[in-house]
Design a protein around this ligand. Structure first.
Ligand SMILES: [Fe+2]
Length: 318
C-alpha cells in the first residue's frame, strides 16, 4: 500500500520563536524521510515471497514498518499541534484537562517537565486520550513505536534533536517553551472532540443474566472494610473447590446443588453476594434463584478470580 503525504498543517511564518527554516527542514527532511521509509518498507513486505522468507526477516521488516508509520503519524500530529498562541485553551478542553490533571497549569507543568527531561535525548511527549477510562494522560514515547495501546494522541511534541538542534542547539528548554507558545488549542480541541467519540473497549455482556444485578469485587471489598453487613456465598462447583486452596475472607462455601438445604439459613434483611470461579454462570444463577425467593442478592462480577486480582484477602480453604 502506498502512504500519501499530508501537507504541512501549520503556517510556519506565523509561529512565535520557531522559524520557518526549522519547520521546513523538519518537515522536508525528517517527516519526509519517515514517509519514504514507510513506503519503501511496506513495498518490500508486499513483494516478499512468504514461502521463502524467514520469520525473523518478516518480523524485522514489520517492526521497521510500524516505527516508520508511527513516526509519520506523530510528525503529522506534531505539525498540526502548532499554529496557535498556546494560551487560550477553549472551555471544553480546559475543563477536560482540569478533570484529569487538576488544572491547566498543573498539566502544563507536568508536560513541560517531562519534555525537559528529554533534553539531549530523544522521544515524543504526547497528550493522549484513553477511551477505556475516558481520560487524558501525558506520555513519553521514547521510540516511534511506543504509544498507549488504544490511546488517541491529540497533541505531540517532538523531542528528537532534529526537531530543534538547527536553531536551538542544545538549548532544548527554549525549544520546549517555544513549542508551548505555539500550541494551536482550537485544533487540539477539535481532535479531542473526535477522540472522545471512540468507543471504549466492549464490556462483558451476559444477556441471560441481564436482569440480575451484579456488584464489583472492589465494591464488595469496600462493604467489608466499612463493616456493612453482607452474606457472602462462595458457590464454586464442588469439583473445583476440592482443588482450590483458598477462599475469600468473609465468605462461606455452599454447594449450589444443595441450595434447598441451606437457603433457610440466610437472612432476608441483609444483602447477599454470591460468586463462582470467574463470574460467568453459577454465581449469577444462584443470585437469580435467591432473588426469586425474596433475597436481596447480587453476584460478584469476575468471581473468585476478580477477588484474587484485586488482592482481596483470602484464607486457607479446608
Ligand atoms: Fe521529528
Amino acid at each position: 500500500m502506498r502512504y500519501h503525504l499530508a501537507p504541512l498543517y501549520c503556517r510556519p511564518w506565523t509561529l512565535n520563536g520557531i522559524s520557518p527554516r526549522l519547520i521546513e527542514s523538519h518537515y522536508e527532511n525528517n517527516y519526509g524521510a519517515a514517509l519514504n521509509r514507510l513506503n519503501t518498507v511496506s513495498e518490500e513486505i508486499e513483494q516478499l515471497d512468504l514461502g521463502k522468507t524467514a520469520d525473523q526477516t518478516l518480523a524485522r521488516l514489520n517492526r521497521d514498518e510500524i516505527a516508520a508509520l508511527n513516526s509519520t503519524l506523530l510528525h503529522e500530529l506534531y505539525f498540526a499541534s502548532l499554529g496557535g498562541d498556546g494560551r487560550v485553551v477553549p472551555d471544553a478542553m480546559a475543563s477536560a484537562i482540569a478533570k484529569d490533571f487538576g488544572s491547566v497549569d498543573r498539566w502544563r507543568q507536568e508536560f513541560v517537565s517531562i519534555a525537559n527531561s528529554l533534553a539531549g535525548g530523544s522521544g515524543w511527549v504526547l497528550l493522549t486520550y484513553v477511551p477505556r477510562d475516558g481520560r487524558l494522560i501525558n506520555q513519553i514515547a521514547s521510540e516511534h513505536d511506543q504509544s498507549v495501546a488504544g490511546g488517541v494522541p491529540i497533541l505531540a511534541l517532538d523531542m528528537y534533536e532534529h526537531a530543534y538542534h538547527l536553531e536551538f542547539g542544545a538549548n532544548a528548554s527554549a525549544y520546549v517553551a517555544a513549542f508551548m507558545r505555539n500550541i494551536d488549542w482550537s485544533a487540539v480541541t477539535l481532535r479531542y472532540e473526535d477522540a472522545i467519540k471512540v468507543a471504549p473497549p466492549r464490556l462483558l455482556e451476559q444477556k441471560q443474566f441481564a436482569d440480575v444485578p451484579s456488584i464489583s469485587a472492589e465494591e464488595v471489598r469496600e462493604m467489608l472494610k466499612s463493616g456493612t453487613p453482607v452474606q457472602i456465598i462462595d458457590t464454586r462447583p464442588k469439583h473445583y473447590t476440592t482443588k482450590a486452596q483458598d477462599i475469600m475472607e468473609g465468605a462461606v462455601w455452599r454447594d449450589r446443588e444443595r441450595l434447598n438445604d441451606w437457603i433457610d439459613t440466610l437472612s432476608k434483611t441483609e444483602p447477599v453476594v454470591t460468586f463462582c470461579v470467574y463470574g460467568f454462570h453459577i454465581g449469577c444463577e444462584t443470585a437469580a434463584t435467591l432473588r426469586k425467593a425474596g433475597f436481596d442478592a447480587r453476584y460478584m462480577a469476575g468471581g473468585h478470580s476478580a477477588w484474587k486480582a484485586i488482592k482481596g484477602p483470602v484464607r486457607l480453604f479446608e
